[in-house]
Design a protein around this ligand. Structure first.
Ligand code: NDP
Ligand code: GDP
Length: 325
């Protein structure tokens, strides 16, 4: 039997690396889009690099996307590429819109040109709910984005729905709530807290500078969430799904858990810093994934507490190796 072929944008990112690993384990032939940089940035995929094929291109460059699809002829495409950090989206709103919003149209258009039978996954985000109109948030909750990133993701979501309805594409938008892992970017709060707790424990630094302690997020483990992406594309009929743990935690609670993993009290080390405050905040995210549970049979395997412990332990190991401790 010929192997299924998959094309992943954002393969060098957190989710791309977990998804590539999972699809390899399912027998897929995996292709990933990478943009040209002066230094390589393959840390998250180094361990599988000899099993995947990397294609040069950019979400800003239509030609590269169309050519990639023509060459690969994939069965499935997962669009995970984005300028994905909310804070940066205020400094680079136009760029964020170009990559995170218009990039989706470029890829959908490439699919229309090359083969409309390709199945498409769009990485939508709980940030689209922003100033929440309903608690918990579900597929039918109206969007009210609170950052240029959130606005760009709303565009990406609706253009996916629009192509599905206009051209009958098998196009799905997964509305994923925050998910982390030891591979999460250091700028995101759960990784920042895990990394700083480990650094403080090892005596490498003595404080963590942090922003809003009150906002609340619904966090899960990236490994569980990429499995949900794949399940969505295996359905006969495409639809949109919320993927979430259904539990929410404040930043204070995150600090409590991470620092208790290293037997420290965060209150002795945390300094509030204006630089990490945002012009507009998303106060309370909590998702209702009952549609995914009922239709996909999906539920998370890793709890928030287990996730943070996994991240702190991984950072302790990483830092000990780096500093020869
Ligand atoms: P990351 O920031 O870890 O990865 C983003 C990826 O996009 C990287 O591979 C990056 O490449 C790539 N990328 C950025 N700009 C371009 C471009 N112009 N052309 C090609 N590739 C580009 O994100 P995550 O893995 O955490 O998230 C995956 C997706 O899911 C993103 O779209 C994100 O917005 C969305 N999402 C994530 C959530 C989360 O909690 N993690 C929650 C909800 C949605 P490079 O390595 O070169 O920078
Ligand atoms: P987001 O949900 O995609 O914006 O993920 P982040 O991890 O960047 O932020 C989650 C929440 O943590 C937001 O409400 C931030 O305001 C809050 N937060 C508090 N302190 C920090 C910090 O130092 N860094 C980041 N990234 N977020 C912080």
């Amino acid at each position: 039997m010929t192997k299924k072929r998959v094309f992943i944008t954002g393969i060098t990112g957190q989710d791309g690396s977990y998804l590539a690993e999972f699809l390899l384990s399912q027998g897929y032939e995996v292709f990933g889009l990478v943009r040209r940089t002066s230094t390589l940035n393959f840390e998250r995929i180094r361990h599988i690099q000899d099993q995947i094929t990397l294609i040069s291109g950019d979400m800003l460059d239509q030609t590269s996307l169309t050519r990639a699809l023509k060459d690969i002829q994939p069965d499935e495409v997962y669009n995970l590429a984005a300028q994905s950090f909310v804070q940066t989206s205020w400094q680079q709103p136009v760029f964020t819109g170009d990559v995170t919003a218009l990039g989706v149209t470029r890829l959908l258009d490439a699919i229309m040109t090359v083969n409309p039978a390709i199945r498409f996954y769009q990485a939508s985000s709980s940030e689209m709910f922003g100033k929440v109109q309903e608690v918990p948030q579900r597929e039918t909750t109206p969007f009210y984005p609170r950052s240029p990133y959130g606005v760009a993701k709303v565009y990406g979501h609706w253009i996916t729905v629009n192509y599905r309805e206009s051209y009958n594409l098998h196009a799905t938008s997964g509305i994923l709530f925050n998910h982390g892992s030891p591979r999460r970017g250091l700028e995101f709060v759960e990784r920042k807290v895990a990394y700083h707790a480990a650094k403080i424990k090892l005596g490498l630094i003595n404080e963590i500078r942090i922003g809003n302690l009150e906002s609340q997020r619904d966090w899960g483990f990236a490994g569980d969430y990429v499995y949900a992406m794949w399940l969505m594309l295996q359905q006969d009929t495409p639809a949109d799904y919320v993927i979430a743990s259904g539990k929410t935690h404040s930043i204070e609670r995150l600090l409590d858990i991470a620092f208790s993993c290293v037997d420290l009290n965060w209150k002795n080390y945390a300094v509030q810093d204006e630089r990490f405050m945002r012009p507009a905040e998303v106060d309370l995210l909590i998702g209702d994934a009952s549609k995914a549970r009922a239709e996909l049979g999906w539920q998370p395997q890793v709890s928030f507490e287990q996730l943070i412990q996994m991240m702190v332990e991984a950072d302790l190991k990483l830092l000990k190796a780096e500093h020869r401790l």
